[in-house]
Write a protein that binds this ligand. Sequence first.
Ligand code: AMP
Length: 404
Amino acid sequence: MRFTEFNFHPALLEGIEASNYETATPVQQQVIPPILAGKDIIASAQTGTGKTAAFLLPIIHRLLEEDTNGQVRALVIVPTRELAIQISQHLEGLAYFTSISSLAVYGGSDAQNFVGEKKALQMGADIIVCTPGRFIAHLNMGYVSIKGLEFLVLDEADRMLDMGFQDEINRIITQLPSKRQTLLFSATMPPKIRKLAQQILIDPVEINIAISRPPEKIVQRAFVVYEEQKLPLVKYLLTKTPFKSVLIFCSRKQNVKVLTRMLKQNGFTVEEMHSDLVQSQRENVLISFTSGRIPILVATDILSRGIDIDTIDLVINYDVPRDGEDYVHRIGRTARAEADGMAFTLVGEKEQNSFAAIEELIDKEVEKAVLPQFLGETPAWHPRKKSGNRKPQRKFYNRKPGRY
Ligand code: AMP
């Protein structure tokens, strides 16, 4: 599902485009419509699934529909300062072309920061991302107006309760208007979260994104490379790795076509599979592949779910999949039934953060393989901690963010 289908505000769509998001992740597909419809939600979704944008985007859109009221309009409460910083960077990126103002308020920072936060809170930033204790410290001083609050988000709620923030959360909530929309995100749903949900949510939509983990028997390896090393590496892997059937995934059909052509030119017996093929062509390609006549198939994620071919013993991700679920589904195409399988992922320089987010999601550090020497120098593995919320570049010099 593409983001244009949500009818988001044009300025928000610009931020989405600049963040390089094309299609919504499964969490986003499920969470965005009920938030836009004004519903409370309780969602079990882990980091790495795109859950941050899943709540930020509809909130920004809804806030843009009305004028600012000089008060805090949305409050996102999170357990740690790292998460507060990360979400607020994500927010700045997505809201870059809009007039929405935001502020991260977190503990552990110095007195000067506190003064800066105080000033911004007095002016009424639209969205505050905060850790509970620090926000209460400001609240107690009496200059924060939250009477006009429209959205409350509790992110990683299970972690907040584990860290003993229940009282702080209650104290904040008692000061909020009862007519508001509340969104609760939690990786797990223990009874104490259910109880909290009962207390603070009204007729919530429940969303459960269960993410499966890849089977242990799949040998996973990542190759950290420069983009231009990908093609020679794939050729090398196809030559040196013993396999019966290999499925190579690319995120874009354009890449599928180019890679297939290149491999054919290099003498490999290979076919392609993507949405530009008509049904009968797809069926023919699949028959050739399952029968073993074609040992190599290059495909988009059209093939990442559902197909059950026992003979695939190698999956190569030519690029890092969009989200953790796609990764699990892609590599799950190998090692079906009793067979063993291998999954190689080529991680380009710009894809390191996404791959690190996937590792976090599957709760496993994938071994980084050493490349053959003839490929030359490779980039160091240095993802930013957690996910990569790149701030988009400003597209137009001198352009003032504003409403449309
Ligand atoms: P989160 O689960 O919110 O921590 O997000 C994990 C990573 O996915 C972050 O690097 C996001 O910037 C990225 N992301 C979120 N939504 C999308 C999307 N629709 N397409 C591509 N990347 C996304």
